[in-house]
Design a protein around this ligand. Structure first.
Ligand SMILES: *Cc1c(COP(=O)(O)O)cnc(C)c1O
Ligand SMILES: [Zn+2]
Length: 414
């Protein structure tokens, strides 16, 4: 059953009561990004604690009634979501906080939280009878779109900027998608994809435009809440590029609140790199977003023109959260720290939240007695070149036991 009531424009606020899948507001045009709204009263009777206790589908598809999808094909899809929520014992001590969880979304099928949106996109494309699915992305939406399209036998055309890291590029080709590496930045890749999609009538997975991408992304919050027995932490920390992920994080918690399943929405900390921080600047100066350079190693959040500014800014404002930015050196340090303390390997944008939390604690934005969940949004193996910056490269060892002992002594293991 479909519980969608309609779509609300995030600019003009107008509500369109329809079951038809609208992409953007007919009045506001392309900037009129929509929010999907459900019949929450009807859903209250379906999505009960009992429903979740009995539901044995441990993937994001367990939330199908509130994702706006038809359930015909979900059994054929790869398992997306229900990623581990790891209670931290070591990192929490180093940061000096009592209760810290790490949601490891790098363990999704293609290695990032983008799988949550791509899974929905591919289902929607199949529902719409599309022949081809397409998107532009800094790399992860691209590789995840290629991944799930491959699994469902749907051709994909993928646009990426030339800086996309080797792991992500390899994934896209390996999944058999048509890869277009645009000689330019993400802004250029987005523009070309937009033209091609309009010209050829492909299904558009571009995250901001398509309101259903947030419906996938929000499941990360539904999981965090459920994994914590519907008592989410005081704060949830996430890195921000286009702003769809953080928009989804807020929507997920807000809907659980509307359904009476949690009694407050956690405060959301949005984290960017100082090399590309349009949201941080806009929030600080109380001004509209301005285009900026894409100058950070955290390629997944190197987004100079965020495509989902309204949802992202509201996520922080409505949750009484905060914006913060961290330099690339802190991001690199966070990669090593998270690996060493928790055994979790994140890509630069994946661990930006860790660096953001450390800074927020220092600045007193987050207090040490508050509880926190960090979302690690992408797997470190996607970008081994940048990961090398976080380690000391080992020398080659002669096969000689004395030499080995010298090395082991140096390392303090014997
Ligand atoms: C896409 C992405 C983000 C940011 O998500 P947006 O929706 O672009 O804000 C963060 N981390 C990783 C690893 C990503 O792939
Ligand atoms: Zn509108």
């Amino acid at each position: 059953m479909n519980y969608i009531k309609g779509y609300r424009c995030t600019i003009c606020g107008k509500f369109f009561e329809t079951q038809e899948a609208l992409l953007t507001c007919p009045d506001c045009g392309e900037k009129g990004i929509l929010d999907v709204e459900y019949d929450y009263e009807a859903l209250k009777k379906v999505l009960t604690k009992d429903y979740f206790e009995k539901n044995r589908n441990y993937s994001m598809w367990r939330y199908a009634p509130i994702m706006g999808i038809k359930e015909d094909h979900i059994d054929e899809m790869l398992r997306i979501g229900w990623t581990p929520l790891v209670k931290s014992h070591n990192l929490s001590k180093i940061l000096g906080i009592k209760e810290l969880y790490v949601k490891d979304d790098g363990l999704n099928p293609s290695g990032s939280s983008k799988d949550r949106a791509s899974g929905v996109a591919v289902l929607k494309a199949i529902e719409a009878g599309a022949k081809v699915i397409s998107c532009s992305s800094t790399g992860n939406a691209a590789s995840s779109c290629a991944c799930h399209a491959a699994h469902m036998g749907l051709p994909a055309v993928i646009f990426v900027p030339k800086r996309a890291p080797i792991g992500k590029l390899t994934q896209i080709s390996l999944y058999g998608a048509t890869l277009v590496i645009v000689d330019g930045d993400y802004k250029a890749a987005f523009k070309l994809s937009k033209e091609a999609i309009a010209k050829h009538g492909w299904y558009n997975r571009n995250a901001a435009i398509n309101p259903f991408m947030v419906e996938g992304k929000k499941t990360v919050s539904l999981e965090i809440a459920e994994q914590l027995n519907f008592k989410p932490t005081d704060w949830v920390v996430v890195s921000v590029g286009d702003g769809c992920t953080i928009g989804g994080v807020y929507k997920g918690f807000n809907e659980l609140f509307k359904l009476g399943l949690i009694d407050r929405v956690p405060r959301i900390l949005g984290v960017q790199s100082t090399g590309c921080e349009p949201f941080v600047v806009a929030a600080k100066n109380h001004e509209p977003l301005k285009e900026c350079d894409e100058n950070t190693i955290a390629d997944s959040i190197a987004v100079g023109i965020p495509r989902n500014p309204i949802k992202a800014l509201r996520a922080v404002e409505y949750s009484k959260g905060a914006w913060i930015s961290v330099p690339d050196e802190e991001i690199i340090k966070a990669m090593g720290l998270l690996g060493k303390t928790e055994g979790i390997f994140g890509e630069p944008a994946g661990v930006t939240g860790v660096a953001g939390l450390a800074k927020a604690l220092k600045e007193g934005i987050i207090k040490k007695d508050e509880s926190v969940t960090i979302i690690v949004t992408g797997n470190g193996l996607k970008d081994p070149n940048n990961a090398q910056k976080a380690i000391v490269k080992p020398d080659l060892m002669e096969p000689n036991i004395e030499k080995l002992d010298i090395y082991l002594k140096e390392k303090g293991v014997i």
